[in-house]
Structure formats: C-alpha cells, structure tokens
Design a protein around this ligand. Structure first.
Ligand code: FAD
Length: 369
C-alpha cells in the first residue's frame, strides 16, 4: 500500500507524480509501455501562452502561471538530475502571412486582453519592418505578428527524462509495462490490477492521456478526450539563427529547426500524409525562405489529448473522493503548474476553486424540461 498511485507516465503523470513525491507522499507511477499513444514523445516543445484561453480567461491565467513556474522547475530538475531542459523564454511570435490573418490575430489578442481584466495580458501587434529586425531572414510574405513576452520553448524529451529521473531518485516507484486493466474504487480506497501486479492506495490520479477516457468511469470520473493528430518536420542543424520561437517554427538547442504542427481529426491513425507535410514546409518557407535550403531529416506524427472544448480537464471524483483526473493538450507548457501547483492540491486532498471551471461537469447537458 502506498500513499498515491498515478496512472500514466507521460508528461502529465510524471509531473504530478514528482510533485506528490516532493510533498512527501509514497507514490507509485504506473505506465502502459512502449506501444502506448504518447503525446509526450512526439510534441513540438513550446512553453506557450499567447494562444491559450480565448473565451476562457481562467485557462489563460493557469497557462501563464505555469509558464511562470517553468524557470524554477527547469532549475530544480537541472540541479537534481544534471539534465539541461534547454528552456528559453524570450517571448514568442505568431506570424501572419496576409493582412486578413493580421487583422484576425489583432482582434483575437485584443479580446484576450479585454477578458483578462485586472489580471492584465501584455501583447503587441508588430508590423513587418520592426519584425524583420527581430527575426533575421524573414520572408517577404510575412506582414506582421503578434508578440507576447510570456512564451518560450524547451526540450520536451529532456523534460520527460528529468521528471522521471527526479521522481525515481527522490524515492518514487516507477513501474513500466503496468497497463491498468481494471480495479475497484471506494472513497479513499483504490485498487488496480496490472500485468505487473496489484496496487492499492487511498489516492489515485488518472493521467493516462487518451487512456483516461476508458479508465475515468471506473473511478466515478469523466474524461471525454479524443485523439487529434499533429505532424512535425525537423531539419538538419543550422547555426543559431532564430532568436525566438514562433507558433509553428522553432530552433532547438541542438540547432535543428522544428516545423509544425497540424491539427487533424483522423482518430487513432498515427500515419503521416505528404500533403499535410508539404503544407507545413510551404508555410515555413514562406515565413523564412532560407528554411527551403535545409534538408528535412526527420518527420513524425503524434496524437494530442483533446477535450471537446480544447481546455484541460481536472477533477476529483464526487462519488469516490481521493480519485483525481488530469488531461490536457499542452503538457509541456503546463508541466510547471502540474508539478508545482496541481500536485500539492492533490496531496492536500482537494482541488483549489480556481480549477473548478476545468471540471468535466462543464460538459453536462442540462436535463430537458
Ligand atoms: C504534434 C503535437 C505537438 C504538441 N506540441 C505541444 C507544445 O508545443 N507544447 C505543449 O505544451 N504541448 C504540446 N503537445 C501536447 C503534449 O504533448 C501533451 O499535452 C502531453 O504530452 C500529454 O501528456 P499525457 O501524459 O497526458 O499523455 P501521453 O504522453 O499520451 O502519456 C499517457 C501515458 O499513459 C499511459 N497509459 C495509457 N493508458 C494506460 C493504462 N490503462 N494504464 C497505465 N498507463 C496507461 C501511456 O503508456 C502513456 O505513457 C503536442 C502534442 C502533439 C501530439
């Protein structure tokens, strides 16, 4: 018997497991294994604030809070594990390739600022001439961009590795090849069956990505998440040339340029499609024509964990207190919040009211009169 079981060893589960361990809980992290759908190993690596939370200012605040926690998280993980997460937070831009895109973007950013109210939301719409001085080699097709100072990027693989290493070296128990196949639930008494044995604890956190949709009902929870495919291309290494990330183009610490990412509703199909890859490459070459001279050395697709409205889902079961769920499509960005804000709430036994709007109860359809 441990104090807590976390189901799912991706970015969400590993961040929460580390936070629980740091709160002093004897924590077991169960993971399905390499055949699983893992967004955490196929993502773009942005720590991104500026597009998050239009019409949902609570999500904008949560995201910004997480971006704010990131430097402490990266420093802490580096000190504990020796791993460099390549975190850079110089701000970020969303490039606009037509006047129409620029006008749409300006309206969107103005709405986000209005919705932020007293919390504030800093941004600038930047015209091409000024932008060209910020981003060398900018293509003539770019008419401008939105900029916010909150954005950045990091190595998502280093993050995943560091979370796991800090968790296990801090005394947490990581159990791979342990797909949860079933279990039983009673308030503060949870038992799960896996190929690696049975586990029991008074707290359980379902952080199994797309696997949560099936697991959640066993524990009196709902996680109506669906897959949404994204494809990414990676170029050969270049000299340091991009001083800040854009929504779809970033230069990694090693020098490669990552180009991404699509949003495709294709179910669990993890294939790649040349037309989508061509679109990604074309837009990148319009943004920075020099990118066309670089060879593409890798490409892949992965599945996002997407709620019906695109926002995270955080809940504690009303029927079985002690059972929690965490789901999101921005597990890199939200790692700071998951490890340093959400996990302490779970350890203390209840979610803070700031997370109430993220409950799956928002999907409840009112009964017909
Ligand atoms: C193309 C793409 C680009 C993205 N870009 C960004 C980005 O730039 N910035 C950002 O913040 N986010 C980005 N994301 C999203 C981010 O990758 C995800 O939010 C995050 O990885 C989700 O992590 P997770 O742990 O919930 O899910 P996963 O990574 O899918 O992990 C779930 C884990 O649960 C395990 N599991 C499943 N079922 C069970 C079970 N029954 N028992 C035990 N274990 C189980 C699996 O083995 C898996 O390891 C992107 C995603 C994609 C696909």
């Amino acid at each position: 018997m441990s104090d807590a079981i976390v189901v799912g060893g991706g970015l969400v589960g590993a961040a929460i497991a580390l936070g629980l361990r740091d709160a002093g809980l004897d924590t077991v992290l169960l993971d399905e294994g390499d055949i699983a759908h893992r967004a955490s190993r196929g993502n773009f690596g942005l720590v991104w604030v500026q597009s998050k939370g239009l019409g949902a200012p609570w999500y904008q605040r949560w995201t910004r809070g997480s971006a704010g926690e990131w430097s402490a998280l990266a420093a802490d993980l580096a000190a504990r594990t020796g791993l460099d997460l390549a975190l850079r937070q110089p701000g970020g831009v969303h490039l606009c390739l037509s006047e129409e895109e620029f006008a749409d973007r300006a309206a969107r950013m103005a709405q986000m600022q209005a919705e932020a109210g007293n919390h504030g939301f800093e941004y600038r719409m930047i015209r091409r001439d000024e932008l060209a001085a910020m981003l060398p080699g900018l293509g003539p097709a770019v008419v401008g961009a939105s900029f916010t100072p909150y954005d950045g990027h990091a190595s998502p693989l280093a993050l995943l590795q560091a979370l796991h290493r800090a968790f296990t070296e801090g005394g947490g128990a990581y159990v791979p090849e342990a797909k949860v196949r079933g279990g039983s639930a009673a308030p503060r008494d949870f038992r799960v069956e896996t190929a690696a044995g049975a586990f029991a604890a008074p707290r359980i956190v379902l952080a199994a990505g797309l696997g949560n949709a099936e697991l959640a009902p066993l524990f009196g929870l709902r996680a109506p998440v669906r897959p949404q495919r994204g494809q990414i291309l990676v170029t050969e290494r270049a000299r340091p040339v991009l001083p800040m990330p854009t929504t779809t183009i970033r230069q990694t610490g090693e020098g490669t340029i990552m180009l991404g990412d699509s949003m495709e509703e294709v179910g669990f199909d993890t294939g790649q499609s040349p037309p989508v890859m061509a679109q990604i490459a074309q837009r990148a070459a319009l943004s920075f024509p020099w990118i066309a001279d670089l060879n593409i050395v890798r490409a892949w697709s992965a599945l996002r964990v997407m709620a019906p409205d695109g926002l995270p889902i955080y809940d504690q079961s009303e029927r079985f207190p002690g059972a929690f769920t965490a789901n999101c499509h921005s597990g890199v960005t939200l790692a700071g919040a998951h490890a340093r804000l959400l996990a302490p709430m779970i350890a203390a036994g209840s979610l803070d009211p700031v997370l109430a709007p993220f409950s799956a109860r928002r999907f409840d359809v009112p009964a017909a009169a």
